[in-house]
Design a protein around this ligand. Sequence first.
Ligand code: PRX
Length: 566
Amino acid sequence: MSNIGNYEERYKTFDWSQAKEHLGYSEGDFLNIGYYCSDRICEQGKADKLALIWEGPDGTLKRYTFADIRVLSNTYAKFLKDLGVEKGDRVCIFADRIPDLYISLLGILKLGAVAQPLFSAFGPESLITRLANAETKVVLTTRKHVSKVRKIKADLPALKHIVIVEGEPKKMGEGEMLFNLEAAEKVEEFTSFAADLETPSLLHYTSGTTGQPKGALHVHSAIFAQAITTRWVLDLNDSDIYWCTADPGWVTGTSYGIIGPWSLGITQVVLDAGFIPDRWYKFIQDHKVTVWYSAPTAIRMLMKQGEEIVKKYDLSSLRYLASVGEPLNAEAVHWSRQAYGLPFYDTFWQTETGSIVISNYPGMEIKPGSMGKPFPGITATVLDLKTHEPVAEPGKVGLIALKPGWPSMFRAYWRNEEVYKSKFDKGWYICGDRASIDKDGYFWFVGRDDDVINTGGHLVGPFEIESALLEHPAVAESAAVGKPDEVNMEVVKAFVALKPGHEPSDDLELDIMNFIRKRLSPLAMPQEIEFVSSLPKTRSGKIMRRVLRAQEWGEPVGDLSTLEND
Ligand code: PRX
C-alpha cells in the first residue's frame, strides 16, 4: 500500500492543516527548517540513523548521522553568527555537491539567514547578476571555484566575506578566510532562530524571457508542503535509501534533495560526480537505493546506453522512480518499465511552486506522457490563452494555472515586485507553461508559453545569453533560442550578426561558444551559432525570437504583421 492511498479520496478530503499535523506542528509552535531537519529528528530517537551517505568523485565515502548533521549545522550557524551574519542576510553557497553544501544550508537557516545556493558551474557573469541582485553578504565556496568570485568581488559592495570551505588556495585575497568544518570546534548546542511561517528561508534564481534572472523567495513554512509531497509523491518511508540526482543549486536539489527527505528522517545518498551510466548504476547497487528521483534527460541518456549495461548491475533494491524538470516522453516510461521493471512517475513543478504541484502517484494509473493530476490541496487548471478564463473543453490547450495559497509557494521575486505581480491574473498564479487536461483530469504538457529555453531540465534565459553575447567584441546583434535535441530536449542556438570588420568562421564560432561557457555556464553555451546579416525585428525594434524558434522546430511562424524587415 502506498503512503498516499487512494488519490481521489485524498484529493477530496485534504486540507493543508494535515500537512502541518504530518510534521507534528501546531499553531504557534517553534518552526525552523534547519531545526526540523536535524534536532527534531534526533529528538524522535533517530540521532544515530544515517542522514547522508556521500560519495565523492574519487569514490571516497563519508557517512553522517542525524546527530552529526545536527552538530555540524550548529557549527556552521555559530561560525556565521560570529562572522556577523544576521537574520535575513543572504548567504550564498557556491560549491560542488560536497557535504558542506548540505550541512551549511541547514546552518544558514538555523541562524535565520537566507540561503542562496548557486550552481557551481556558473561563470562570473552568471554569478554577478545573482549576487548583486541579492546583495549577498557572504559566499561560501571552495578552492576550485573561488577564482570566479574573485573576478567580480570588486563590483559587489554588499559582499563582506568569501569563505573557502574546502581546499586551500596558494594565496588568500582580501576579505577571504578558510573554514574547515572537520577541524572546527563542534557546537553541541545552538538555539535556532524562531522563524514564523513567513520568515524567508531560501532564494533560488530562475530565468524568464525578459530581464535578468529573478530570485524566487521561499519561507520556512514551505517545509509543510515539501514534507507531505515527499511522503505521498515520492512515497518515502523510514527504511528507504533515497537518491535525488539534482544539484542543490537548483530547486529540486533543496526541496527534495535536502528538506523533503531530512524533514522525514530519511537516509539519502549523494553522488558528487557527473553523469557516467556505469557509475550511476553501481551507485544504486552499492547503496541499495530504493527510491530514485531524477530527470528525463538523464533517463534518455541511460536509454541510449541500452539495456545490456543495466543487466550488469543488481538494481533489485529499486522500488519507486520519479522524474521532474522536462517532459517525460511516453517512450521513456515504457523503456524504464522494460529495463528496470518499474515506470518513472512524472512530477511537475517549478522554482516558484517550491514543491510538486501536478504529479503521478503510486497506485494511480499512469498515462505515459501525461504529468498526472494536481496534488491534494492544489487547485490547478488551464486558462484560455487570451481571456485567462478556465478552459472548459477537455483536450484544449491553455496556460497551466494554480490557485495561490499552498505553503511552499514563492512569496516574491527578490526586489522585483512588478514581475512578481505579472505572474497573477484573475485570482490565478500562471506558471508560464501550456498544457491540456483530458476528460479524466490528467494534465498533458505542451510547451512553455515564453522564450525560456529548457535544456536538460535547466531553464536558461535568452536575455542573459544575448547580453553576454553582446559583450563579445565581434557581436553586433544576437538572439538565443532553443533548438530540438534528442537527449537534452532543447539546446541553445544563437543567431549572431557581426560588427563590421568581422567575418564568419569556424574559429569565431568556437570562440563565441567558449566565451559564453566561461562567462555564464556550460548549459547556456550555444551548441550552434548561425551567422546572419540581420535579425527579424518588430517595428519597435524588438528581436522576434519566435520566428527563429519556429524555424528551428519546423513550426508555423504565426502572425508576422508586426515584423519590421519583412
Ligand atoms: O516548463 C516547466 C518545466 O520546468 C519549468 C520549471 O523549471 P524550474 O523552475 O527550473 O524547476 C525545475 C524543477 C522543479 C516548468 O515551468 N517542467 C518541470 N517539470 C516538468 C516540466 N515540463 C514538463 N514536464 C514536467 N514534469
